[in-house]
Design a protein around this ligand. Structure first.
Ligand code: AMP
Length: 399
């Protein structure tokens, strides 16, 4: 059974065709510059050369049509007929307060995705375009919306309500949602499975550290807390996002620089984080190299990043009254062994004993602590596409 996974952005569309029987990726690719001159599709099939096709893609509809043509192409394809695709799973950024679960798409679901445009103004309209393009190109096939916010919907009100008048929740759905939900859901479940954590002993912290970074606490796979909030801006210091700041920072910059609130928010989202702190790069490889050469700003950015991760781990261990396993995932969590090692080395108070032989493991599932360690620490690669494919099978009743 093959599931097509779609992640539609405003001018791009990523896809993977996954055979759910053995969870293998048959093909994957990317449409870029949708609606802009110079649209291009890059289609990758394991063991074959990449197929690059430049052709106009004025809308997501043409992009999906090109993806389907590539999938059935006699030289570059992996299926003989589009009918071999059983269902389509879509990454949708924001489900607002109405979606606590992934949902089979119908007109009502599309309406709610639309109602959430103000909460996800960049992503939700594109996600809906991706869904409608698939419905047009493959009529009758089940489409499933997998929301990035679903995992955070597991939080209790005391964790998701801000310390403000609840009328703003009633009026504007202002609450903490959390993002990277599909990744946190996948990695926390995989941690429980891989570590064979017994029932009642499944307090897991997932550190998703990448260009966007977030951290979650969950018990038995149910979210207790997660660091992103109403938008992905809250929480850890990220590549270009500031993470937590006192809201008075916005006021002070706006008044001082003669900027609007929207303009300051744009700075906090796109021109802050380790990029702005270091003045070097948002990429941790560049930061590590600059710090090693003695660049003080790069060193400070890395130290601030690690400090905040350590702080959140402590807070999450506290709210769960302990922690059984901590997993590192995302580009930095899986690969940046220096940053990850520095964080783990500061968790000795939890009884964590790092295994020096495992310290350099990159990009694969591994336990990083010794058998004596009171809390077990793992490197656990995330796989959001596979998580979406599994959800699609479950929600469409195909299992
Ligand atoms: P992601 O957003 O999950 O793709 O992660 C991107 C981040 O991971 C970037 O900051 C990269 O510098 C970082 N990253 C990826 N590979 C490595 C590596 N081998 N060493 C250090 N950082 C890495």
């Amino acid at each position: 059974m093959k599931i097509l996974v779609i992640n539609a952005g405003s001018s791009s569309l990523k896809y993977q065709l996954i055979d759910i029987t053995d969870e293998s990726v048959k093909a994957k690719g990317l449409c870029e510059r949708i609606g802009i001159d110079g649209s291009v599709l890059t289609h990758k099939v394991p063991g074959k050369e990449d197929y690059v096709c430049e052709a106009p893609m004025p809308t997501h509809k043409q992009a999906i049509e090109m993806v389907l043509e590539a999938l059935v192409d006699k030289d570059h394809g992996v299926v003989t007929n589009v009918d071999e695709i059983t269902a389509i799973g879509h990454r949708v950024l924001h489900g607002g307060i109405k979606f606590t679960e992934s949902s089979l798409v119908d007109d009502k679901v599309k309406e709610v995705i639309k109602e959430c445009f103000p909460l996800g103004p960049l992503h939700n309209p594109a996600n809906l375009m991706g869904i409608e393009a698939c419905q047009a190109a493959m009529p009758g096939k089940p489409n499933v919306a997998v929301f990035d916010t679903t995992f955070g919907m597991g939080m209790e009100p005391y964790a998701y309500m801000y310390g403000i008048d609840p009328k703003y929740y009633e009026k504007y759905s202002i609450r903490r949602y959390g993002f990277h939900g599909t990744s946190h859901m996948f990695v926390s479940a995989e941690t429980i499975k891989y570590a064979k954590l017994p029932e009642g002993n499944q307090r897991v912290i997932v550190c998703h550290l990448g260009n966007g970074s977030s951290i979650s606490a969950s018990i038995g796979g149910k979210c207790v807390d997660t660091s992103m909030g109403l938008t992905p801006l809250e929480g850890l210091i990220m590549g270009t996002r500031s993470g937590d700041v006192d809201p008075a920072v916005v006021q002070t910059i706006a008044n001082g620089e003669g900027l609007t609130v929207d303009e300051v928010l744009n700075i906090l989202n796109k021109k802050s984080g380790v990029l702005a702190m270091s003045g070097v790069s948002s990429d941790f490889r560049d930061l590590g190299a600059a710090a090693a050469e003695g660049n003080e700003r790069a060193k400070l950015a890395l130290d601030a990043f690690k400090h905040r991760v350590v702080k959140y781990i402590g807070a999450y261990a506290a709210v769960m009254n302990g922690v059984d396993a901590i997993s590192f995932t995302g580009g930095i969590g899986e690969n940046d062994v220096t940053t990850r090692g520095d964080i783990i080395n500061r968790l000795g108070y939890l009884g964590i004993i790092p295994d020096p032989e495992k310290a350099n493991i990159r990009g694969k599932k591994a336990e990083l602590t010794t058998p004596e360690s009171k809390v077990r620490v793992f490197c656990l690669p995330t796989n959001e596409e596979l998580a979406i494919a599994r959800e699609t099978v479950r929600v469409a009743g195909l299992a």
